[in-house]
Write a protein that binds this ligand. Structure first.
Ligand code: DGJ
Length: 752
């Protein structure tokens, strides 16, 4: 037997030189493709690991009318129009979605990509200026770079594939190099393409569409004839269509069947285009949205696309989510707080909105201290002359008249009480009514000679310009250097419009959207690196920029501005498809709920919020004595279970998008602690009895319900299951906490 460490060094990527087949494989997955006739890169397979490939799945040949042939190849049965490929150029009789489009100075745009060479190396590439999944040591992954070249000109495309040793994950990205003598215009540059033949393995897609206060709603659809795009054109990854999708099929359930989760590690305009072709094959192309995009490549220039993460599972959607959660938590998120238990906070936004004083804040802080809350966050309204959303964005200095004891006074007060202090900022924005606008109107993103469109009475700063970013970064550094701040909420409250930068030439205006995102990443990178002790939380009017790119800088994000417990169940359920629980913040707010007017019990609100990184967003001083007792109990309880919630394994059990009930479950990594969430939306006079079977437990272990004392074996909970409580009334929830006991305890109990 080979020693373990030698086995761990097993090669993950091989190239069969006779058959010209690449095989990326580990103990879980295989990814196969080959250099086909005329040096075209053809896809063969992605899915469950195979032992060895014997080269019999060569794409069949057939002469199909109107699907023409490859130049200089007389075989009429071989066409790019049907061949499954790895990355398609444009023109030359492949009429399906291209992955890349260029335009030359003379206007021509044919790009005929052929295999040129490849290289296999340890570890993973570093993508300059872009967030990405990383490795901690070289041995953790291997990377294959396949270089394609235009048949005629020195235009190169490097396809990078990384396979992790111990994860069911492939990452991909693309570098386009212009080594020709003239400049070219890149009009589209996808991060990946994946073609599937007509096997029925992938005939459905799950996307996460939504809206402000309605983010990431599960939408499962059949892939039908023609082309469909899941995309954002708003300059951000957006509330409207998240940058995560799943390829699956109609037989896949939460626990059974195949699924591929696909994260674009990017926070700007994205698109996942899906095409079902003339012979029912499926092509998926994803990356930066080609809408309003172009990028000039001078001779010797290159363009790097964002990375895409492909996670595979044959254990259903939960299996896919778990592989995805682990990767995002362990190899996308970074920094001091990556694995740290997150503090329970109270945020003053829904408590006061803009209407607060130092005194009011201190009263909330006093109450927070009594209730065991660990952090106070001062939200919007502390800077410039900000009394409403009409002014002051860009003026990141304290509003002295409002904060009579000063921002430092508040921070000190909070710290003296033994709590952490957090602050809200919105660095990418400018108000017309601001000192910044009065001194630098040119910092605002706008088209020449046009009045730009306002949204929430605010405008976007031109973050493509270094000078603009530096001006904001300087102010923020002054703030962070002068006041002890433990947490920052980085908000962004509008979509981009009037997309133009005065600093770029007319042929470069198609670069603005992407340059904006690169500028944002640069600043987020600078600040999170310079202030690593700060817990950074992303936010964009709730979850408008909840994506894997932001997660690389900020380990958590505000999930939604919708704090209604009932609607939050769906939002959190949908979000969990692609994102780990440690990334999802969830707060208990007041009733009637400010977004829906709905009244729910405090217990319901807290049971739902405990499905994420927990906090409060209400005026604690207005709670009744009974409510304070309840809140103190909730806070104490969350402290007990938070390691399991934030860093355990998460399972979706009952889907609220399909039923009147919902259920999810957290299991600690050692499988000794379980938290089961159950809910029912609307009451019926003659209700069904709902049941649920738990998952992820040790069959032989005994688990005790901490409230009732009832003891169950793991196998019993997983197969016989339990009933939902006999709920009475609408919007009811229950949290059941099980802890494993040793068998001795059961015997003692039954002897009593
Ligand atoms: C939008 C955020 O999502 C809210 O939580 C709050 O911070 C407001 N912005 C403040 O303007």
């Amino acid at each position: 037997m080979r020693p373990v460490n030698e086995e761990r060094r097993a090669t993950l990527i091989t190239f069969d030189t006779n058959e010209k087949v690449f095989h990326l494989t580990n103990q879980k997955i295989s990814y196969l493709f080959q250099v086909e006739e005329s040096d075209i890169l053809a896809h063969i397979y992605f899915g469950k690991k195979i032992q060895k490939y014997h080269h019999h799945k060569k794409y069949p040949r057939r002469d199909r009318g109107f699907s023409g042939n490859v130049p200089l190849n007389d075989d009429r049965s071989y066409s790019k129009d049907t061949l499954p490929q790895e990355y398609s150029g444009h023109g030359g009789m492949d009429y399906r979605l291209p992955s890349i489009m260029i335009r030359r100075e003379n206007g021509s745009n044919l790009l005929d990509l052929r295999y040129e060479k490849h290289q296999i190396q340890k570890g993973k590439l570093t993508l300059d200026g872009l967030p990405q999944a990383y490795v901690k040591e070289e041995n953790e992954a291997e990377t294959l770079i396949v270089t394609l070249k235009d048949r005629q000109e020195d235009i190169y495309v490097d396809l990078a594939y990384t396979i992790y040793r111990d994860r069911a994950i492939i990452t991909r990205s693309v570098k386009v190099r212009n080594e020709s003598e003239s400049s070219i215009m890149l009009e589209k540059a996808a991060s990946f393409q994946i073609d599937f033949t007509n096997s029925g393995r992938f005939d459905e897609v799950i996307a996460l569409p939504g809206a402000h206060v309605k983010e990431r709603q599960l939408s499962r659809q059949t892939i039908s004839d023609g082309i469909k795009s899941f995309e954002s054109r708003r300059g951000t990854s957006s509330h409207q269509m998240n940058s995560f999708i799943v390829l699956t099929n109609k037989y896949t359930t939460e626990f059974v069947g195949e699924a591929i989760g696909i994260h674009l590690v990017y926070s700007g305009n994205h698109s996942f285009e899906i095409e079902k072709d003339q012979i029912n094959q499926v092509r998926l192309v994803g990356g930066i949205n080609a809408y309003n995009f172009s990028w000039e490549l001078q001779p010797s220039d290159h363009f790097q696309t964002p990375e895409v993460i492909l996670t595979y599972s044959d254990q259903g959607l939960n299996g896919m989510s778990q592989v995805t959660h682990q990767l995002l938590q362990e190899r996308v998120a970074r920094g001091t707080h990556q694995y740290q238990q997150r503090p329970i906070l109270v945020n003053n936004w829904e408590a006061t909105y803009f209407d607060f004083t130092s005194k009011k804040i201190e009263a909330i802080v006093d109450e927070a201290k009594t209730l065991g809350i660990e952090m106070f966050v001062l939200d919007d309204g502390w800077f410039g002359k900000r009394d409403s959303d009409q002014s002051s964005l860009g003026d990141w200095f304290e509003y002295q008249e409002k904060l009579t004891r000063g921002l430092k006074g508040i921070a000190d007060y909070v710290h003296q009480k033994g709590l952490k202090f957090g602050l809200w900022i919105e660095p990418e924005m400018i108000s017309i009514d601001s000192k910044l606008y009065r001194t630098h109107p040119e910092f605002m993103m706008q088209e020449p000679n046009r009045v730009p469109a306002a949204s929430r009475s605010q405008h976007v700063l031109d973050f493509t310009q270094k000078e603009v970013r530096m001006a904001i970064e300087k102010q923020l550094r002054q703030l962070l250097d002068s006041i002890e701040i433990d947490y920052i909420k980085w908000d962004m409250n509008r979509s981009l419009s009037d997309v133009y930068s005065a600093s770029l030439g007319k042929q470069n205006q198609g670069e603005v959207m992407h340059r904006y995102v690169l500028g944002l990443y640069e600043m987020m990178g600078n600040l999170t690196k310079a202030y690593p002790h700060i817990l950074w939380e992303g936010c964009s009017g709730g979850g408008g920029r909840f994506d894997a790119g932001i997660l690389h800088y900020m380990p958590q994000s505000w999930t939604s501005d919708n704090t209604d417990a009932v609607e939050r169940i769906n939002i959190q359920y949908g979000t969990s498809l692609g994102y780990p629980i440690s990334a999802m913040t969830a707060h208990v707010s007041a009733v009637p709920n400010h977004q829906t007017g709905r009244i729910t019990r405090l217990k319901t609100r807290s049971d739902v919020a405990m499905g994420g990184v927990f906090g409060y967003e209400l005026d604690l001083t207005k709670l009744s004595a009974d409510e304070k007792v309840a809140v103190k109990t909730q806070v104490d309880f969350y402290k007990q279970i938070r390691q399991t919630v934030q860093y355990g394994d998460f399972y979706r059990l009952k889907n609220p998008f399909e039923q009147n009930i919902a259920s999810w479950e957290f299991v600690s990594k050692d499988q000794n602690e379980v938290l089961l969430f159950l809910s029912r939306r609307l009451a019926n006079a003659q209700p069904d009895f709902h049941e649920v079977c738990l998952v992820g437990l040790v069959p032989e272990k005994l688990y005790k319900n901490q409230k009732t004392g009832d003891i169950y074996s793991g196998s019993e909970l997983m197969t016989v299951g339990i009933y939902f409580p006999d709920f009475y009334g609408d919007f009811q929830t229950e949290l059941i906490h099980f802890i494993s006991i040793d068998k001795g305890e059961e015997v003692n109990e039954s002897n009593d």
